[in-house]
Design a protein around this ligand. Structure first.
Ligand code: SF4
Length: 333
């Protein structure tokens, strides 16, 4: 079975491999969360690995399964132990307080803080300290076919990553070709970026990738001014929160698991989307509302107990959600 070299499918393979085997050079797998397509306004990474402190991650779970956006993070990170007027308790957010008040109501609705009124004033109190659960943030660019032009295109993006040092390490993952990666290609990329070569044709397993070039740890080069440090810390937490809330299996939200041809097929220890009409691992671009081959899942499938609970694509969605939850508890199947 060919898994093709679509960048989308390759991205899913790299994500699953990272879940099984990160870090590539470590004697034991580090506790980690894996997500895809996360980033900032300026830069989006294909795969993000968040290495975590397991005890602190367990403490983070007191704040629920959903991600905390930057506004909610500002509140839960600074909410006081004892009741206090929110403007006294929180640092000035850099935007009007009325928006903070709205976020306080959202936080209260989600049970992230406690609130009460003292006349016109809203007082807040934390439910628990928000833990500093992120150890390291790793960015991986996925280029299954790393030719000279792909390497040139990547070079500027990677240099930006090196300069901002938002991630602790940046890597490029590329498919093994039977030859060593051309030295000329390596020379186009910043020396700080690591190179991984992958071999997924036999399926995704823990030993399906090898280090071609080790990266330089970037955090040491980060700003030593405290405002810069706090800004970097906040942005890393925002990214980690998105990884926590979304993981990498949320492609069912943009693809069509409610199509009768949508399947999940095993490839080693990964499950990959498969289109029974096109007879290939379809990309997320193809498998959307404009697909000419789309046919709704027959109603009979929904009433005979499969997919689980019935309804369009529910079995596939439930399976992916279950896998994501299991991984977020840092287990591995
Ligand atoms: S036929 Fe189209 S919509 Fe249906 S699974 Fe295949 S690619 Fe997706």
């Amino acid at each position: 079975m060919s898994t093709g070299r679509s960048e989308f499918v390759y991205e899913l393979q790299v994500c699953r491999w990272a879940e099984l085997a990160w870090p590539p050079d470590g004697p034991a797998a580090a506790p980690r969360l894996v997500a895809r397509q996360l980033g900032t306004k300026r830069r989006r990474w294909d795969t993000v690995v968040v290495e975590v402190d397991p005890e602190k991650l367990a403490a983070r779970q007191q704040f629920g399964d959903r991600e905390l956006d930057s506004d909610l993070l500002h509140i839960v990170r600074h909410a006081p132990v004892d009741w206090a007027f929110y403007r006294d308790a929180l640092p000035h957010p850099g935007y009007p307080w009325r928006y903070v008040r709205e976020s306080i109501h959202r936080a209260d609705d989600r049970g992230l803080i406690r609130t009460r009124r003292d006349g016109n004033r809203i007082q807040i109190r934390r439910i628990a300290p928000y833990p500093d659960w992120v150890d390291r943030l790793i960015a991986i660019e996925n280029k299954p076919d790393l030719d000279a032009s792909a390497a040139r295109q990547l070079a500027d993006q990677l240099q930006h990553d090196v300069d901002t040092a938002l991630a602790d390490e940046v890597w490029v993952a590329t498919a093994k070709t039977g030859r060593r990666v051309e030295p000329a290609l390596l020379e186009s990329l910043p020396v700080e970026a690591g190179i991984l070569t992958t071999e997924f044709d036999g399926g995704v397993d823990a030993d399906a990738a090898a280090v071609e070039w080790y990266p330089t740890r970037l955090s040491a080069a980060a700003s030593d001014d405290s405002n810069g440090d706090e800004d970097r810390h906040s942005r890393r937490l925002e990214l980690a929160e998105r990884a926590y809330g979304r993981g990498w299996r949320n492609y069912e939200r943009t693809m069509r698991p409610d199509c009768r041809f949508f399947e999940l097929r095993r490839s080693g220890r990964a499950l990959l989307p498969w289109c029974a009409a096109k007879k290939c691992h379809q990309s997320s671009t193809v498998c959307g509302s404009s697909c000419d081959d789309f046919q709704p899942e027959p109603p009979a499938w929904r009433t005979r107990g499969w997919p689980i609970e019935g309804g369009p694509g529910k079995g596939i969605k439930a399976l992916l959600t279950d896998r994501a939850k299991r991984e977020n508890r840092l287990g591995s199947d």
